[in-house]
Design a protein around this ligand. Structure first.
Ligand SMILES: [Fe+2]
Ligand SMILES: [Fe+2]
Length: 270
C-alpha cells in the first residue's frame, strides 16, 4: 500500500502544479521565493493564498499584496499546508469535489477547533495546530483518489478505520502521515496527523496529536455532518483532563470555533 501512496505522485491526472510543488517541497534548499514561483503559475491557488493572508482571521487584513509577503506573514508551514490540502483535494473531479466538499469543510473546522484548543495549552503553536487539523484527514482524500467507489461505501461508517485497513492495508491516519512525510512537512505535523486517532501511541509531540484528536471528536458535536469521523471515547475524556480544559475553557473553544468557522467558509471553498 505504501507503494500506492508514493505512486500518487505519478498518477497521470496529477496537476502540474502539484508535481512542481512536490519537487520544491522535497528540496530542502528551497526558499519561500521558490515556493512563490510555483504558486504563481496557479491563479486559483495564488488568489487563495492572498485571500487567506488578507483575512481578519490571520490578522493581516488588507496588508498583503504579494505572494512573498503572504508567505512571510502566514509562515512557510501554513502556506505549504494550504497548497497541499487544496491541490490534493483537486485531484478529485469537480462533481466529486462538490459532493465531498463537506470533507474539506470538516478538515478546516478541525483546524479551527485545534487552533482554539492550543490557546489554552502552553508551548503549543497555534499555526502548527491549524495546519495539522487542516490536513488531518488527507489520507481519506488519498484513498478516494485510489479507489473511489469502494471508499465511498465505507466513508461514513463507524468502522471506517477497520474497513480502510481491510481494503487498503493501512488506515487514513497512517496514509496521511506518510504522504506529508514525503512532502517534507515538519515532524510535529506528520505525527499529529499520523496519530490523530491513537494519540496515546504518539511518543513525540503527544500533546499536538492529542489536540488534533480532541478537535476531531469535538467537531462532531460543534459541526455534525456525515463526513466527520472520530467518535468520542474515554481517550478524549482523558485528553480533556490532561490538558486541564475546564468548563469555561471548553465553552470558549466552542464559541470561538463556531464564530470563526462561518468566516472561514468562503476562504476555503475548493
Ligand atoms: Fe480522521
Ligand atoms: Fe476527521
Amino acid at each position: 500500500m505504501n507503494k500506492n501512496i508514493s505512486r500518487l505522485k505519478d498518477l497521470p491526472t496529477l496537476p502540474v502544479i502539484l508535481q512542481r510543488l512536490f519537487n520544491v517541497l522535497q528540496d530542502e534548499q528551497s526558499t519561500f521565493v521558490d515556493i512563490a514561483n510555483v504558486i504563481r503559475h496557479d491563479q486559483t491557488l495564488t488568489e487563495k493564498i492572498l485571500r487567506v493572508s488578507n483575512s481578519p482571521y490571520f490578522g493581516h487584513a488588507g496588508k498583503v499584496n504579494t505572494l512573498e509577503q503572504a508567505i512571510m506573514f502566514l509562515g512557510y508551514d501554513l502556506v505549504k499546508g494550504i497548497c497541499l490540502g487544496t491541490s490534493v483535494f483537486k485531484l478529485l473531479g469537480r462533481g466529486e469535489r462538490e459532493k465531498l466538499g463537506k470533507l474539506w469543510q470538516h478538515s478546516y473546522e478541525v483546524g479551527i477547533i485545534a487552533a482554539n484548543i492550543s490557546d489554552h495549552v502552553c508551548n503549543i503553536e497555534r499555526g502548527i495546530c491549524f495546519v495539522s487539523g487542516l490536513l488531518h484527514d488527507i489520507g481519506r482524500v488519498i484513498f478516494l483518489t485510489l479507489d473511489r467507489e469502494r471508499y465511498l461505501s465505507i466513508l461514513s461508517t463507524d468502522e471506517t478505520i477497520q474497513k480502510e485497513r481491510e481494503i487498503f492495508g493501512t488506515d487514513h491516519p497512517a496514509a496521511g502521515g506518510s504522504f506529508l512525510e514525503n512532502a517534507l512537512l515538519p515532524e510535529e505535523i506528520v505525527c499529529a496527523v499520523r496519530y490523530h486517532h491513537t494519540p496515546s501511541q504518539c511518543t513525540r509531540y503527544r500533546e499536538t496529536s492529542s489536540i488534533i484528536a480532541l478537535a476531531e471528536a469535538l467537531s462532531r458535536s460543534f459541526f455534525p455532518k456525515i463526513e466527520d469521523d472520530g467518535a468520542w471515547s474515554d481517550e478524549h475524556d482523558a485528553i480533556v483532563l490532561e490538558l486541564s480544559l475546564d468548563e469555561g475553557k471548553m465553552k470558549d473553544i466552542r464559541e470561538n470555533s463556531k464564530e470563526e468557522s462561518s468566516s472561514m467558509k468562503e476562504l476555503f471553498t475548493v
